[in-house]
Design a protein around this ligand. Structure first.
Ligand code: ATP
Ligand code: MG
Length: 254
């Protein structure tokens, strides 16, 4: 791949599979011999916890310039991780008073070079950190649970992305919505999936099924792909990684 693909995994709603998606897509891409860095941009530090990448130094020290990136980034399952912890919440508060406050993560990402993919796990809010992420990346994936209230919340995240595209980042593109936690036993999830296919006018990735292996994997500090490689959700994430690769080729060539 000729230049780095930068993708934010974003949804202001909580528990929509952002972290699970960032981790497992990152590992699936790495398994395709691509170089990947996953950025934890959530003061909850879930991505760092998920892959046992909790470290004394985090993205906060990279942002303040206290510690060089090379001393912070750790590799797990073939993916470089830039971890976060709750200090990021204080950094975010301090960011508010800085001129160019929407561009601080973009400036940080300019120092991250040589990867095929950079994935950002965002926090469940439309906070300054999320605005920064959307200003810093070229592409967005929106994981969405197949529930009525998630559908109702979709317009807010879409409005936010289009607002940032207009004001701060003209090249921003929505690669697609990723339906997660599809449960064929619950009729409503299939109905919402059908609704999305016909009414949203945005690309849809293949859905990720509800899978107990997805819940268990982080308690072992492993991606689903290494914890349960033949599970349905591991297969789903590998498929979505292929779709992502095709989609990036398409956007590069168009
Ligand atoms: N395919 C799946 N099947 C079953 N459970 C899942 C699946 N994907 C994620 N989960 C579970 O759903 C919960 C929320 O997932 P996750 O933490 O990835 O969401 P999130 O959007 O990052 O949450 P937050 O908004 O708090 O950052 C977790 O408990 C996770 O284990
Ligand atoms: Mg999360």
């Amino acid at each position: 791949m000729s230049f780095m693909q930068t993708i934010a995994i974003v949804n202001h709603k909580g528990g929509t599979g952002k972290t699970t998606t960032t981790v497992n897509l990152a590992v699936a891409l790495a398994q395709n011999n691509l170089s990947v860095i996953a950025i934890d941009l959530d003061p909850q530090g879930s991505l760092s916890y998920y892959l046992q990448a909790v470290q004394p130094y985090t993205i906060s020290e990279a942002l303040t310039g206290e510690v060089p990136l090379t001393k912070i980034v750790v590799n797990r399952e073939g993916v470089d991780i830039l971890p976060a912890n709750q200090r990021l919440a204080d950094i975010e508060l301090a960011m508010v008073n800085i001129p160019q406050r929407e561009y601080l993560i973009k400036q940080l990402f300019e120092r991250i070079i040589g990867y095929d993919f950079l994935l950002v796990d965002c926090s469940p809010s439309l906070s300054l950190l999320t605005v920064n992420a959307l200003t810093a990346v070229k592409k967005v994936i929106i994981p969405m649970q197949l529930e009525v209230l998630s559908l109702q919340g979709l317009s807010l995240i879409l409005d936010t992305v289009f607002g940032i595209k207009e004001q701060l980042n003209p090249n921003l593109q929505i690669l697609g919505i990723l339906p997660v936690m599809l449960d064929k036993r619950k009729k409503v999830t299939s109905e919402i999936l059908e609704y999305l296919k016909t009414n949203i006018g945005l690309p849809l990735f293949s859905p990720i099924h509800t899978d107990v292996k997805a819940i268990e994997a982080p308690s072992f500090g492993k991606s689903i792909l290494s914890y349960a490689p033949s599970s349905i959700s591991a297969q789903d994430y590998r498929r979505v990684a292929q779709e992502l690769l095709q989609s990036c080729e398409y956007h590069n060539n168009s």
